[in-house]
Design a protein around this ligand. Structure first.
Ligand SMILES: *Cc1c(COP(=O)(O)O)cnc(C)c1O
Length: 391
């Protein structure tokens, strides 16, 4: 029996081969890297159950890989529920974390078999009154993180001082109160906010238990774990060290879960785009790619990320150049003053760390199709496998 060849999909020869087979633009998703990321985070946060948040890269290959690693999922929309359901994932491995849901969203998740939902205000808690017995709630608490690139506590979560009244409402309605959750933001520089929120939630959970408002045996510490882009960040072991110390002080009966998104998929994909054409303008080369700000590079706008972009062609001679997207909109410029060798139509460019909040937020403006996602090394027993999975 021949051992399957391990594919390093980020090697130039492999990138060229995949573009020949699947076309351009591509998003090459390495499931082996998803596994590595998942295991690194699990090691950095032992005894924390990791619920992969689908939002940054809602792709079947990532879901399958996380589930095969023994992970769990964090779903927020009916579309995500449908995707996971179609893959045959056990609903017990999923929680629904959108604090604001339509009746149909709740019904879809319940019909699939999910039980755990998140609420952060009285109206939303009341949506579960007639479902008591079938559901359990996590109440989301807000802790502002002005330092985070995306401060998600502004949009969702109740103030800590409103938590006990909200918990009393749930208890009065007979709804099982399972615990608390928070999400301090994304790509945070250090775990200070996580630790602060964790300590505050531990106190609130103890207070709610004293009032016998529910079992309160689950704490969801959200996502936000950072990855390297152009700027390197703390290694995940170091990042999580203060969190581990704080977690060790929680009562043993508390089950802790986390909702990592970016950390699991960000480094696991590269974006590949081709030069469609070029022009010399005001003394500089402009290269027009078949992917741009309306496509996989949408994360530069929505996620405030800067992806390291490199040409596949190696050359020591470089000139300050402009990389533009394909659309007819003038804001569709990926980078200016990027040092590049002289390129021509057909040359490939690779953007690294493009797995999270890139393809997921891409549009098809001007009828430029979104990049094709090619998942490689999908099966741990057969690391040579390549497939372009339709969504
Ligand atoms: C987006 C989101 C996540 C994932 O956040 P990352 O910063 O990508 O880890 C987790 N939880 C909730 C509620 C989210 O909205």
């Amino acid at each position: 029996m021949s051992r399957p060849r391990f594919i390093d999909p980020f090697q130039p020869a492999e990138v060229r081969r995949l573009v020949r087979e699947f076309g351009s633009p591509l998003m090459i998703l390495d499931c082996e890297r998803v596994r590595v990321q998942f295991r690194k985070l699990r090691k950095a946060l032992p005894r924390v159950d990791l619920h992969y948040a689908l939002k940054p890269m809602p792709h079947p290959a990532v879901v399958r890989t996380v589930i095969a690693e023994g992970g769990y999922l964090d779903l927020a929309t009916s579309g995500e529920v449908q995707l996971v359901r179609d893959l045959g994932v056990a609903p017990e491995r999923c929680i629904h974390t959108h604090p604001i849901k339509r009746t149909a969203d709740i019904a879809n998740a319940l019909e699939y078999g999910m039980r755990t939902f998140v609420a952060d205000n009285p109206d939303e808690v009341r949506k579960f009154a007639h479902l008591r017995g079938d559901v359990e709630l996590l109440l989301r608490v807000s802790f502002r993180a002005p330092g985070a690139v995306c401060d998600l506590s502004r949009k969702f979560g109740c103030d800590p001082e409103d938590l006990l009244p909200l918990a009393r409402l749930a208890a009065d309605l007979g709804i099982a109160l399972r615990g608390l959750s928070f999400h301090v933001g994304s790509q945070v520089a250090d775990a200070t906010k996580h630790v602060e929120a964790l300590k505050a939630c531990a106190k609130l959970m103890a207070a709610a238990r004293r009032e016998k408002l529910g079992t309160l045996d689950t704490l969801d510490i959200g996502g936000g774990f950072p990855i390297d882009y152009a700027q390197p960040v703390q290694d995940i072991g170091r990042f999580c060290a203060p969190l581990r110390a704080a977690l060790a002080k929680l009562p043993r009966r508390v089950r802790v879960i986390a909702e990592p998104g970016r950390y699991i998929v960000g480094p696991a994909a590269i974006g590949v785009a081709s030069v469609m054409g070029r022009a010399r303008r005001e003394g500089h080369w402009w290269y027009y790619l078949d992917d741009g700000l309306y496509g996989s590079f949408s994360g530069q706008l929505f996620d405030h990320a800067r992806y390291p972009v490199e040409p596949l062609r190696a050359s020591p001679e470089r000139l300050p150049s402009v990389l533009a997207g394909p659309t007819c909109d003038s804001i569709d410029v990926i980078a200016e003053n990027l040092m590049l060798p002289q390129l021509k139509a057909g040359d490939l460019l690779v953007g690294r760390a493009m797995g999270a909040y890139t393809w997921a937020s891409a549009s098809e403006f001007n009828f430029y199709p979104r990049a094709t996602v090619v998942a490689v090394n999908a099966d741990p027993g057969d690391t040579g496998s390549v497939s372009a999975l339709p969504l």
